[in-house]
Design a protein around this ligand. Structure first.
Ligand SMILES: [Zn+2]
Length: 452
């Protein structure tokens, strides 16, 4: 646009044009970003995606069969096109298609009685899901009414404690209460964690069986409107006693210190509303408002004390003696997305896919050391590609014919990057899983003909 034309415009049109020009610039920049994401994804699928262990995981063995070939994958492409019912012959077929389509997101669905890509050729109703890992999805946004540090898609190390506690409690229950051995925990790439239970017994659960598992694990019930979401019996069942150990271990540090849930009236009112008792609630509110030198730890101590010795002992108590314990459960016990778990054909984001917003890889998390996991240090796609380039540049500058230089040139790309330990962890998981699967099939052969 020329200055002459500008001068003829009234101020409103001028502003509109400037806004449009700014929007155009943003759009151009976005397109640029999209272009660079496409390039990064291509490089990632070319050099870093762990095809071999990934295939062995979903195939449950080294030789390609219907367990892999009848599995649904769905892709989200860069232009937001969502393609369901993709399926692949083997690891190479998957690789070729990932490189061709460069999806920004990969979801994994169920194993069907036919190849998902042939779905349209089957008569209606003939295409049925048969199996899938038992999966769990724990999302930080379900803790928004509790966390005081962040909300929505944001996370920080303070609120990540909710995920650590969730992994500890759910992982123990899956192992000890259900006897599941092969549990793969994965960072969702942004604000949550997933768990894939891969034991054959778990994979064969129908919707009812999956619902029963959720029913066993679920403690926090009710939406935002419900103030008291946890009502447990006076004597906890053994599984929840175990959960209570974890809650006790983390409650003071995570809920009282880091989240500071009794730090300000708008926060502590939520806790008092759970108690509800007209004798205790006003007394506590008054005590806390009158002394702003107290921190959440001191206030919690006064809450526990006052619940035991209410100000007017003769007044009728409307709370149960274990309400403080139930509040601990309400504030920290894992919140599960039950739809994801209870529906066999529900899709879940794949491990090792890239989160389109953060660029972080959905890497496995070792449940045994989950307290050390830092989501903010998970590799970002751009850094990984830069790490490969930096390594190669270094190798080039050291070029020579000595054996060290030759060895450096032969290093697989993944080993040049910070993704290496995560891929190694995944390989160990898959190798143990496949070993057990083969052993189990030898003991009691699987009736694989069910697929044909
Ligand atoms: Zn936070």
């Amino acid at each position: 646009m020329t200055a002459d034309v500008d001068m003829q415009l009234d101020p409103t049109s001028q502003r509109e044009i400037e806004a449009a020009a700014a929007a155009w610039e943003i759009a151009e920049r976005k397109e640029l970003q999209q272009d660079s994401l496409a390039l990064l994804l291509r490089a990632y699928y070319q050099s870093l995606f762990p095809y071999k262990p990934y295939f062995q995981w979903l195939n449950y063995g080294p030789v390609a069969g219907p367990t892999f070939q009848h599995r649904e994958f769905s892709f989200t492409l860069q232009n937001d096109i969502y393609i369901r019912f993709q399926s692949f012959k083997d690891a190479e077929d998957l690789r070729v298609e990932l490189l061709r389509m460069c999806p920004v997101k990969i979801d994994i669905g169920a194993i069907y009685n036919a190849k998902p890509k042939d779905k349209k050729t089957l008569r209606q109703g003939a295409f049925q899901p048969l199996e899938k890992e038992l999966v769990f999805d724990i999302d930080m946004t379900d803790y928004d009414e509790i966390r005081t540090c962040c909300s929505g898609g944001d996370i920080c190390l303070k609120c990540w404690d909710f995920m650590t506690v969730a992994i500890k409690i759910i992982d123990r229950a899956l192992r000890d209460d259900f006897g599941f051995k092969h549990r793969l925990w994965v960072y969702s790439g942004r604000r949550g964690v997933h768990c894939w239970v891969c034991d054959s017994r778990a994979r064969r659960l129908d919707n009812e069986g999956r619902k029963a598992v959720v029913g066993w694990l679920e403690v926090v019930k009710g939406g935002v409107q419900k103030t008291r979401k946890v009502q447990l019996p006076a004597t906890l069942p053994p599984s929840l006693q175990q959960a209570m150990h974890v809650l006790k271990e983390h409650f003071e540090e995570s809920i009282l210190r880091k989240q500071d849930v009794l730090g300000a009236p708008e926060q502590w009112r939520k806790v008092l509303d759970i108690i509800g008792d007209d004798n205790v609630r006003p007394a506590l509110g008054k005590q806390w408002s009158s002394d702003d030198t107290q921190d959440s730890v001191q206030r919690w101590a006064s809450l526990v004390k006052l619940l035991e010795n209410p100000p007017n002992p003769r007044a009728k108590r409307t709370y149960s003696s274990h309400i403080a314990r139930d509040i601990m459960f309400q504030y920290m016990y894992p919140r599960l997305d039950d739809k994801v778990t209870s529906q066999l054909n529900h899709l879940l984001k794949s491990p090792f896919c890239i989160h389109p917003k953060t660029g972080r890889v959905c890497v496995p998390i070792d449940a045994a050391t989950c307290e050390q996991f830092n989501p903010l240090k998970v590799p970002v796609i751009e850094d990984l590609i830069n790490e490969i380039n930096a390594f190669d540049k270094q190798a080039e500058s050291e070029a020579g014919s000595d054996s060290a230089a030759t060895a450096r040139r032969k290093v697989p790309d993944v080993e040049k990057t910070s993704l290496k330990p995560y891929v190694q962890m995944f390989k160990r998981f898959v190798s143990q899983l496949v070993k057990d699967e083969i052993k189990q099939n030898q003991a009691t052969p699987r009736h694989k003909q069910v697929y044909f």
